[in-house]
Write a protein that binds this ligand. Sequence first.
Ligand code: CP
Length: 312
Amino acid sequence: MKNYVSIAAIDSLPNWVNEAIELKKNPKKHKNLGEDKTIVLLFFNNSLRTRLSTQKAAQNLGLEVIVMNFGSEGWTLEFTDGTVMDQGTSEHIKEAAQVVSQYCDVIGIRAFANLQSKEDDEAELVINGFKKYATVPILNMESSVGHPLQALADAITLAENNTKSKPKVVLSWAPHPKALPHAVANSFVEMMHLQDAEFVITHPKGYELSSKITKGATIEYDQDKALENADFVYVKNWSSYQNYGQVLNNDKSWTMTLDKLGAAKFMHCLPVRRNVIVTDAVLDSNQSLVIEQANNRTFAAQIALKKILENL
Ligand code: CP
């Protein structure tokens, strides 16, 4: 595997998940794989989990790690060919990607959707720009349309907590005061396409995700009906895709409560707004898997980096 930029890079989800679970018993097992190699992690946006877990994963593999908060410390990048750069951008992606490549063996990139232009976000200007011009592999640490490290951590968490041959997994939209990207929900849906599960997506009308992503999935607009007999409930806010980047409503009746959750396990990628997305009672209950999910981010990153390093 050259790059890990989307779930499509996973050749066998069960094998990756089993390998990650095995790795948890001995995280330093492959500590020589990254010897004399360096990973640069470029953050165009804030992070807690991704930054620390990817750094930890890289260190477990013996990699040197260089972290840069590109969004606040780097030059503003230009992505269009042939532009007369006499406006706000200072450095072209062509030079930036080639220059960073000289300092490392892998580049990790976090670059969120700006939610202003669907066309620009779907073109994945930052991650695809680096993929095009970098001379080393790229690790997606959440891009405009996907968060494949989160989805892999979620798959590991599901496997560790599942007791059924075909569990019911529900992805439920929840309210949020700000417009959020679709990346986490998109990659979770893509990952669920690879699972043997009854999978249902529920959200108010107007919050349909891209039909290219949800193709074949069951969509139920009645949240109570969707949640019936659920084993796992993954809650996430996202802004409207059709009315791109808009917050259409903030219907608090969609907030996840213990009553709605029933006997299901609760999942969320974090950070989470308490008593907006989900009540304190759910997060503080033993039905919540959010801390386990965050822990599994290390092993998701470690498996993805291991596959990249083995291919260098
Ligand atoms: N879930 C996740 O990616 O967390 P951070 O944004 O804190 O990295």
